[in-house]
Design a protein around this ligand. Structure first.
Ligand code: LMR
Length: 396
């Protein structure tokens, strides 16, 4: 049976880690997969999570299944963290949260829910978008169409073309937007642009589908959900796929949530029942460990404070690196203007290199990044930035 199976090429993002691990160059730099790294190049376990894990080990007395929607405490803390305490949908019980296996699991469950219940829906995705959005969403049966998002020459959001294209989105359509820290370009909508987007959704009747994978890594935990909260206050329906991988550092624990905001409590609970039935068909029961730790951290003021401090540290480190990279490229005599890197948010930016230049960086300097020249800024450190800048200057 397996004789006819054809080998797939490595994943465009995950394949970089494999190649990086094999590389024996002591100067190698990994700017590929989007995981946070500290100054020593490690992805640390967040200290509040470590403490929560100890508490969990001491108190957990069963490994039986948890509730299918996940722990109530986890869901209510996630909903408050994302939507905000004063959100009308929360107060009127027009919002639900369902634990999912990571942000990707949340995207998938939401996508399956939409394609099973609204098979004619078109889902608009930004160009560019996370490389896995298209395979993940289209294999769940969603019909994808693209809207332009980023102007590669100007290194800014192509807001006019985006809004112009989205004039075609109408009732029954989903528009996938990145809540913050756009992956791969780092260009986020301004407050005015969120307002324009919300008004278009209201007027045309499309439903925003927000991928929130980096809350807290852009401008701050609250600041990063400005646009999302605006949508949930202004519009009858919003779907959100949220991830705890990056902000809680829980990558391997696969912890995320699907949130739905609807017009009435009854519609939302009916939709939640559909999400659970979808989840049951795919993976049956959710993983518990990550959600249990998030619940502990978010319900303990001291641990929450400790986590927030660490999250601030991650964000500030990335922002300092962004500034340093811009300054150092300029001092190295590179002609191009890289100041956009400082204005962009979160882990990623495009350097604006062509595929040959990217390949040269990999082959000649062991500097790994996605073919599009997307870099994970968190992979830069004080000890490798000069080597990186020198190689970039040469390649440019
Ligand atoms: C990335 O974009 O690098 C991350 O979201 C990791 C992944 O799974 O692709």
């Amino acid at each position: 049976m397996f004789q006819s199976i054809e080998r797939r090429p490595p994943d465009p993002i995950l394949g970089l880690s494999t190649a990086f691990k094999k590389d024996t160059n002591p100067n190698k730099i990994d700017l590929g997969v989007g995981v946070y790294k500290d100054e020593s190049g490690k992805t640390p376990v967040v200290s509040a999570i470590k403490k929560a894990e100890k508490l969990l080990w001491e108190t957990e007395d069963s490994k039986s299944y948890i509730a299918q929607a996940g722990p109530e405490g986890f869901n209510s803390h996630m909903a408050t963290m994302i939507l905000g305490e004063n959100n009308s949908a929360l107060k009127e019980q027009r919002a639900c949260s369902v634990l999912a296996p990571g942000g990707s699991g949340a995207l998938r469950v939401a996508a399956e829910f939409v394609s099973a219940n609204f098979p004619d829906t078109r889902t608009w995705v930004s160009t560019p978008t996370w490389a896995n959005h298209v395979p993940l969403l289209s294999s769940a049966g969603l019909k994808l169409v693209e809207y332009p998002y980023y102007n590669y020459d100007k290194h800014e959001i192509d807001i006019d073309r985006m809004m112009d294209t989205l004039k075609q989105a109408s009732v029954g359509d989903l528009v996938l937007v990145h809540g913050c820290c756009h992956n791969p370009c780092g260009g986020d909508l301004s407050k005015d642009q969120w307002q324009a987007f919300a008004e278009a959704a209201e007027k045309q009747g499309f439903t925003p589908f927000v991928d929130l994978a980096y809350q807290g890594l852009g401008d701050g935990l609250e600041e990063d959900v400005y646009g999302l909260r605006l949508l949930t206050e202004k519009l009858p329906e919003v779907i959100i796929a949220s991830s705890c991988s990056k902000n809680f550092g829980l990558y391997r624990e696969r912890t995320g949530a699907v949130l739905m905001v609807g017009e009435t409590a009854d519609q939302v609970s009916a939709s939640a029942s559909q999400l659970l039935s979808t989840a049951r068909q795919i993976y049956s029961m959710p993983p518990s460990h990550g959600a249990a730790m998030v619940e502990i951290v978010l319900s303990d003021p001291a641990l929450k404070q400790e986590w927030l401090l660490e999250l601030t540290g991650m964000r500030e480190r990335i922002n300092v690196l962004r500034s340093q990279l811009v300054v150092k490229l300029k001092s190295a005599g590179v002609d191009q203007d890289f100041s956009f890197i400082e204005r962009e948010k979160g882990m990623f930016s495009f350097l604006g290199l062509n595929p040959e230049q990217v390949q040269k960086l990999i082959d000649d300097y062991s500097i790994y990044m996605v073919k599009s020249s997307r870099i994970n800024v968190a992979g830069i450190s004080n000890s490798n930035i000069d080597y990186l800048v020198d190689a970039l200057a040469k390649v440019l």
